[in-house]
Design a protein around this ligand. Structure first.
Ligand code: 13P
Ligand code: SF4
Length: 358
């Protein structure tokens, strides 16, 4: 029998998934829809979810900033966060009365795991009075230690909102370098601290202090990847996520958050695109722009192992068994809420960059 869900998925992702597989995924998606209603749940899906999930059950899809906003607004009893743990924690920080579930027991992230609350306390001691910004890709205990959060969609706006001479920006070294470049700030990292101690670098030589974590997916891209594709497809437009090293962003036509990429591709006159970000994004954008005759080159080989843990079947099991529940100790939640709320107050207009270069 051809169900509405089957037909919907066939229309969206029939170009990348064979019909028998779509049939199986559609049946699971229908179960998810039934359970979602029974549990009065809302499903949030990050742009990196696989195509079958992304195009079927989420009530809202988007980047970290958009999903944080949705998590704050919903009146459902249960939030199922199809993403990684730090995202689900942010939802719990904003909606403590709701049950927040993540469809995988792990949902890690190399950025979130690259810094501890003790590291943040040590930085605050070393640079007293300097405001601390953390990328949202951190756990709640880090958010509890800082002044304000940011996402890749509003990092520049958040830094500018502080109006401070110096800023500590954690934990992603590449996002920090890219934002420093964007805002005209000079940045130092922990590797430079010995020079600070010896007097080789002084107070007057830097405006930003970064950390040394990185995204295990975005750090792998090479400028030669872009050069090779440009040679083969001279008309290609290249988009990079700001978690990529600065040389990758410099070699691209646009740098922005995952949702900013979607908007850019939709509005661009180009017909062919290469995305320097997590692979699932390519399929998800392709489904949205194929009617415009636009092609996303499927040359990506960097899948986030943590995002890839979340499937439609896991989402069904999460609702069926009400697991894995994400909790945040109240004392940490209350402190973390301040830095998340402060970010949300900056307003939706904030964006990392709209540096349209072509
Ligand atoms: P955004 O969707 O906010 O751009 O984040 C990308 C990412 O890596 C999330 O883990
Ligand atoms: Fe973390 Fe990178 Fe995966 Fe995003 S893509 S969840 S930043 S490891």
């Amino acid at each position: 029998m051809i169900t509405d869900m089957y037909q919907h998925l066939k229309d969206k992702i029939g170009h990348i998934m064979p019909a028998p597989e779509i049939r199986i995924q559609a049946e699971i998606a229908e179960e998810v829809m039934r359970l979602k209603k029974e549990r009065n749940a809302v499903i949030l899906g990050h742009n990196y979810m696989d195509a079958a999930l992304f195009n079927s059950v989420p009530d809202f899809v988007g980047d970290s900033l958009e999903l944080s906003r949705k998590a704050a607004e919903t009146d459902a009893d249960v939030i199922v966060f199809c993403g990684v743990k730090f995202m689900a924690e942010t939802a719990k920080i904003l909606s403590p009365e709701k049950t927040v579930l993540i469809p995988t027991p792990k949902g890690g992230c190399s950025l979130a795991e690259g810094i501890t609350a003790e590291d943040v306390r040590a930085l605050k001691k070393r640079f007293p009075g300097v405001p601390v910004v953390t990328y949202i890709n951190t756990y709640a205990d880090i958010k509890a230690e800082v002044d304000i959060c940011c996402t890749s969609g509003n990092a520049k706006a958040v830094i500018e909102s502080l109006g401070a001479e110096k800023v500590i920006f954690l934990p992603d070294q590449y996002l920090a370098s890219n934002v420093a470049k964007e805002t005209g700030k000079r940045i130092i990292f922990p590797k430079d601290f010995p020079k600070l101690d010896s007097g080789e670098i002084t107070e007057d030589d830097y405006d930003m202090i970064g950390w040394n974590s990185s995204c295990e997916v975005h750090e792998l891209f090479q400028v030669s990847d872009i050069e090779r594709v440009r040679k083969q497809f001279p008309d290609v437009a290249v988009l990079a996520h700001p978690e990529c090293p600065t040389e990758i962003c410099d070699a691209s036509d646009f740098t922005g958050s995952t949702s900013a990429m979607v908007t850019w591709v939709k509005n661009s006159d180009a017909k062919r695109f290469l995305l320097m970000t997590e692979c699932a994004m390519g399929d998800n954008i392709a489904a949205q722009v194929k009617d415009q005759g636009k092609e996303i080159l499927r040359l990506c080989s960097q899948r986030c192992p943590h995002m890839a843990e979340v499937t439609l079947a896991d989402t069904r099991d999460a609702l069926l068994n009400m697991q894995t529940e994400v909790t945040v100790p109240e004392e940490i939640r209350v402190k973390a809420l301040k830095s998340v709320q402060r970010m949300l107050e900056i307003g939706p207009s904030g964006s990392f960059t709209n540096s349209f270069k072509s």
